[in-house]
Design a protein around this ligand. Structure first.
Ligand SMILES: Cc1cc2nc3c(=O)[nH]c(=O)nc-3n(C[C@H](O)[C@H](O)[C@H](O)COP(=O)(O)OP(=O)(O)OC[C@H]3O[C@@H](n4cnc5c(N)ncnc54)[C@H](O)[C@@H]3O)c2cc1C
Length: 524
């Protein structure tokens, strides 16, 4: 019989499959609900074109009470590579303070000193290795040449507006403005599926099932021994099950299997196997608003949807589609602590949460709350596995209004950058929806039509200590044996940046922890 089952072939699942099969000593079954990524996933700018397709779970949030009841669109990759096959490819180790805070808050062994060598080992930075960066790892990273004139102009303006910092944002603490590093190789997306799963699939000890949603976990006594699939099949494993179904999928599967807050499970007629009140709680994401500006000349990515742009990418791997589009960003602190505000440049007219085609030559500057005080929850809609979970992001709900204050500071900083050269010379005017509004509450309300998240849900099965910690710091589920959760849901809090590399790091360390538990079981 196989040793381990991994549920979900997303960022974490691909790394886990690679690491657990590397020695050749363990038999692993990886099960994924989606199939192979389509061509659109290879195209760096293809992200919004994947939204709402069969490769996207395409969830929608509950109304956000503090945002006039607005719902936000919640895309999640449903394919090999998971969200790493549809994301904006930004590669970021995130902030040293993130990890030191996790360790101080009940997850010892996850300090910056512990994790930085793993980021380095995993990265294949085209700029080459140096004491801070990795050049030989599987995750290809480069700073793609932007095809729009806007990102370099924007970075120059942001720096002129005071956002100066070190040469790069990875490998140390950061504040400043940069062109983004992206997960690319030869002009195409290089997902974690490319980096980790494809090489592992050559090994005979890895078996992969695609287009097979898992419906629940199977237990024998208090031990996870297998999974039940939607097609009625059962798959068993001798050593245990590793959940890597993402920040929405993993808590949903746990609850469907009887692991979660007892009253909620009973409400849905489910037998309670482990009363774990933290399952589905502590949902954190980066809330984002935005200001839009008209341009004086056509230097945006408005024409990226043209046939010419597609042909240029298909033939030369160049042109308007050859970067993710999110090619410049900045980080700032509103309180002299580690950065708590991010500003992203969208060098195109943002419409309908990125689902609408740009109609004008325009750009947006989008501030995101990097260290949110608000949090939400994931709960069951019903006891049927096929139904999407209830996603209550509860953005901007913190009673002190700290998240709102950070967002408003970001909107004002966005305006300052737009008014600073060399960007000012390119900018015709702020859109009328926000232009001239100075008062904080009025500005927040006016910017709400651009409300969304940066698609970084985390924390719904968090590791740590205390009654709501679902996992211990070695990612083992508290209350059951042979069960680990290794994906974005395990993170105690959303990191101050883009978390794909953090999830990959977590999975590499998680695999080592699982193997060492296996080795000590054998000798014990
Ligand atoms: C549109 C978008 C843009 C983003 N941009 C960036 C970015 O630029 N940079 C960055 O760092 N991060 C970005 N992120 C976030 C980052 O990609 C995620 O944090 C990361 O991929 C999460 O990895 P994961 O393994 O936790 O989950 P996922 O990658 O979501 O993997 C979960 C996998 O489990 C599968 N699954 C779920 N339920 C089941 C089931 N019942 N049975 C079987 N399989 C199941 C899913 O289909 C999926 O493949 C973005 C995310 C999105 C959606």
């Amino acid at each position: 019989m196989r040793d381990f089952i991994i549920v979900g072939a997303g960022t974490a699942g691909c790394v886990l499959a690679h690491e657990l099969t590397a020695s050749g000593r363990h038999e692993v079954l990886l099960i994924e609900a989606g199939g192979k990524p389509p061509l659109m996933s290879r195209i760096p700018a293809g992200m919004p074109k994947l939204f709402g397709t069969r490769h996207d779970w395409a969830f929608e949030s509950e109304p956000n009470r503090a945002c006039g009841g607005r719902r936000v669109f919640v895309p999640r990759g449903k394919m090999l590579g998971g969200c790493s096959s549809m994301n904006a490819q930004i590669h970021q180790w995130c902030h040293p303070a993130d990890f030191d805070e996790w360790a101080a808050d009940g997850a010892p062994g996850w300090t910056w000193v512990d994790v930085a060598p793993v980021f380095r080992a995993m990265e294949g930075f085209a700029g080459g290795a140096d004491p801070a960066r990795g050049g030989e790892g599987p995750m290809a990273v480069e700073i793609p040449a932007s095809q729009s004139a806007l990102p370099p102009l924007w970075v120059e303006a942001a720096r002129a507006a005071g956002l100066t910092g070190p040469a790069g944002y990875n490998g140390a603490a950061y504040r400043g403005a940069w062109l983004t590093e992206q997960a690319h190789r030869r002009g195409a997306r290089y997902s974690v599926y490319d980096a980790c799963l494809k090489p592992a699939l050559a090994r005979s000890n890895l078996q992969l099932l695609t287009s097979r949603p898992v419906e629940r976990l199977l237990f024998d006594g208090g031990r996870a021994v297998g999974v039940a699939l939607a097609d009625g099949r059962r798959e068993m494993a001798a050593r245990g099950v590793i959940l890597a179904a993402g920040a929405y999928g993993s808590p949903q599967l746990l609850m469907l299997s009887g692991v979660g807050p007892a009253p909620h499970l009973r409400e849905h007629g489910l037998a309670v196997l482990v009363d774990s009140p933290g399952v589905g709680r502590n949902l954190q994401d980066h809330a984002l608003l935005g200001l839009r500006f008209r341009l004086k000349r056509p230097i945006s990515l408005k024409r990226a949807g043209s046939l010419g742009a597609l042909l240029r990418w298909l033939i030369f791997r160049k042109g308007l589609l050859a970067t993710s589009g999110i090619d410049a960003f900045a980080f700032e602190s509103t309180d002299d602590g580690p950065a708590d505000l991010e500003l992203m440049l969208a060098p195109f007219e943002v419409r309908d949460q990125l689902r609408g085609e740009p109609e004008q030559e325009a750009y947006a500057i989008a501030p995101a709350v990097l260290k949110p005080r608000s949090s939400g929850s994931v709960t069951l809609r019903s006891a049927h596995a096929g139904e999407p979970p209830v996603i209550d992001l509860d953005l901007f709900s913190d009673p002190q209004g700290a998240d709102r204050a950070v967002a408003v500071a970001g909107l004002k900083l966005a305006r300052r950058i737009a008014a600073t050269e060399p960007l000012a010379a390119e900018t015709a005017a702020e859109y009328p929806e926000t232009a001239g509004i100075e008062e904080d509450d009025a500005l927040f309300e006016a910017a709400l039509p651009l409300l969304q998240t940066v698609y970084h849900p985390c924390g719904t099965c968090r590791m740590g200590r205390g009654p709501e910690a679902v996992l211990d710091e070695r990612l083992r589920l508290r209350g059951a044996d042979g069960l680990w959760v290794v994906d974005a849901s395990a993170l105690p809090s959303v990191p101050r940046g883009h978390p794909n590399a953090v999830v990959a790091m977590l999975a590499k360390r998680g695999a080592a922890m699982i193997l060492s538990a296996w080795a000590s079981d054998r000798t014990g």
